[in-house]
Design a protein around this ligand. Structure first.
Ligand SMILES: N[C@@H](CCC(=O)N[C@@H](CS)C(=O)NCC(=O)O)C(=O)O
Length: 227
């Protein structure tokens, strides 16, 4: 078992509880945290929270995440929400490979890519293309054609930009894998379930090679199940 941040276990001290991650496996953001735990090889527990259901337990969960999103983390009573804060806490608070560059420029690149993922890619590639293009038709629901075509028109430009980053180094922020790569994985995993996503990626060789590298990581394979 992994000791917690700052803990020096000595006689008479209770061991810290395992970090508890709240959230459902289908969630892009929950999966980012799961991948980071796996990369660090940190043991944790997970309580499935289906944020889209109206269950009683969800109203209790709102005490932990006041904005009703997943994930959230409880580490020995220390409550945290916002995935970027959670993944940095896991990286900095536990042993295992460091997932953030120390060089200022590379760290800025990592932060930039996480910002791009949160502010552009997640909405268009997941909600615009995957949800409208794959999930809604599979559920027999009507597609929002405007939403879908807007996302399809933006995606090639988004991938062109990501391809340029991927062409600079094996990983998004340099020679070593970082939180930037791990943050992108669940977004790309949904996007590539759409045939259009596959086609757009095929036109970007550096990004395709990056996807082959990152998607073969054990941390990515072991968090593949979404239900
Ligand atoms: N800024 C949040 C975003 C989390 C987020 O949007 N999670 C989605 C699931 S992937 C969610 O909870 N959606 C529920 C909703 O929007 O009502 C973070 O970084 O943790």
């Amino acid at each position: 078992m992994e000791d917690g941040p700052g803990s020096t276990l000595s006689t008479g001290q209770l061991p810290m509880a395992l970090p508890l991650l709240y959230g459902a496996n289908y969630s892009v953001y929950v999966r980012i945290a799961r991948i980071v735990f796996a990369e660090k090889e940190v043991a944790y527990e997970q309580e499935q929270v289906d944020i889209f259901s109206d269950s009683e337990s969800n109203s209790r969960y709102r005490m932990i995440h006041p904005f009703g999103k997943i994930p959230a983390l409880d580490h020995d009573g220390f409550l945290l929400f916002e995935t970027s804060a959670i993944t940095r806490y896991i990286d900095e608070g536990f042993s295992g490979p460091c997932l953030q560059p120390t060089d200022a420029k590379r760290r800025a690149r990592m932060n930039q890519i996480i910002g791009i993922a949160d502010n552009y890619l997640y909405q268009e590639l997941v909600w615009g293309i995957y949800v409208e293009g794959v999930e809604k038709p599979a559920r027999g629901e009507a597609r929002d054609h405007g939403r879908f075509s807007k996302a399809l028109s933006l995606a090639p430009r988004y991938l062109e930009v990501m391809d340029a980053f991927a062409a600079q180094a094996p990983w998004m922020a340099g020679a070593d894998i970082s939180l930037a790569d791990l943050h992108l994985v669940p977004i790309f995993a949904y996007f590539l379930k759409a045939e259009q996503g596959q086609q757009i990626l095929q036109q970007r060789p550096a990004l395709s090679a990056w996807w082959d590298r990152v998607s073969s990581r054990p941390s990515v394979k072991s968090t593949d199940q979404v239900s």
